[in-house]
Design a protein around this ligand. Structure first.
Ligand code: PNS
Length: 162
């Protein structure tokens, strides 16, 4: 039996921390599905289509990485995809409380699904999509923290605003 993992999230935008976790997952599981939540935020910076395009481009050479979208309950999506594992990244102790709650809620909703927490490489432990957007909006450099394509798209968005 092959093990399929789902890595769910908003990915607004995809960061190098996400990329690191996905590559680790791709080594560990037969298949990893990057599942982008539809309607996570009312006004995301990157549209759903942009987020799909970015993730598909970044992982185009990785045959066991798939990019998909989902709405509704994560455990229902996992069921539909016949997956067994939820992958979540843990960066710091501060992530733990919410992640622990979500993992236990998902376990209650479907006890057959396991949540696996993975640590990104140390240099990515402080990165979050929210900080990337804030730093970039205020003119800071995000080079090396996000895939090049995300950096380009952030620049395009800034140029379109002025
Ligand atoms: O990137 P994020 O915003 O931290 O991802 C959060 C996500 C998408 C994993 C979470 O909000 C989620 O699973 N949403 C789907 C709805 C659901 O199943 N909620 C109950 C899970 S405890």
């Amino acid at each position: 039996m092959s093990t399929v993992a789902v890595y769910p999230g908003s990915f607004d935008p995809l960061t190098n921390g996400h990329v690191d976790i996905i590559l680790r997952g791709a080594r560990l599981f037969d298949r990893i599905v990057v599942a982008i939540l539809v309607n996570a935020e009312k006004s995301p910076l990157f549209s759903l289509d942009e987020r799909i395009e970015i993730a598909r481009t970044v992982f185009k050479d990785h045959t066991n990485v798939e990019v998909d979208t989902f709405g509704g309950l994560l455990v229902d999506y996992i069921d539909r995809r016949r997956a067994q594992v939820i992958v979540r990244g843990l960066r710091a102790v501060s992530d733990f409380e919410l992640e622990f709650q979500m993992a236990l809620m998902n376990q209650r909703l479907n006890p057959t699904i396991e949540t696996v927490f993975m640590m990104p490489a140390e240099q990515y432990t402080y990165i979050s999509s929210r900080l990337i957007k804030e730093v970039f909006a205020l003119g800071g450099r995000v080079h090396g923290l996000v895939p090049d394509m995300v950096e380009e798209r952030l620049r395009d968005k800034r140029a379109a605003r002025v």
